[in-house]
Design a protein around this ligand. Structure first.
Ligand SMILES: Cc1cc2nc3c(=O)[nH]c(=O)nc-3n(C[C@H](O)[C@H](O)[C@H](O)COP(=O)(O)O)c2cc1C
Length: 131
């Protein structure tokens, strides 16, 4: 699964930079939750490709809306697989050990993704400082 996730993220980054799409992908054991932002047509085309992908069983759109500005401008597709070190971030957002996206509001997902992004960025800075 780890290798698959890497493949997914690298294909996504390649296609999304071509298509002007940014966003974030959360993977928690059995669920993917993804935020896609960009031109509406491009986002829908990307979604339709993802929906046909057999590496997941079903795809559902939780929310579609127009936004003033991107929330993940620097990420052609940021991603975080849930690991014990991020447990605190998930718990702060009320996401218990078994995430159930159908019980989450899209605002909650966005807030979680933003904090996971911040977490990843801090971790990277830490690694740079340590090396
Ligand atoms: C959970 C998940 C998220 C994905 N996210 C993206 C994405 O953001 N952008 C993208 O182009 N493909 C994404 N993919 C891959 C697409 O389903 C599809 O395999 C890919 O777009 C095909 O690209 P290719 O024609 O360049 O091989 C995702 C796949 C999965 C399973």
């Amino acid at each position: 699964m780890l290798t698959n996730l890497r493949d997914i993220v690298s294909t996504s980054q390649r296609n999304n930079s071509r298509d002007g799409i940014t966003g974030f992908l959360i993977f928690d054991k059995t669920w993917f939750v993804q935020i896609l932002e960009g031109d509406k047509t491009q986002v829908m085309e990307t979604y339709n490709r993802i929906a046909r992908d057999t590496r997941h069983s079903t795809a559902t759109i939780m929310n579609v809306r127009d936004v003033e500005a991107r929330l993940f401008p620097n990420w052609t597709m940021g991603g975080a697989m849930r690991t014990p070190e991020m447990e605190e971030v998930y718990l702060e957002h009320g996401v218990g050990s078994a995430m159930d996206p159908s019980r989450l509001k899209s605002a909650q997902i966005i807030a979680l993704a933003l904090d996971l992004q911040a977490f990843e960025e801090t971790k990277r800075k830490g690694q740079r400082l340590a090396s």
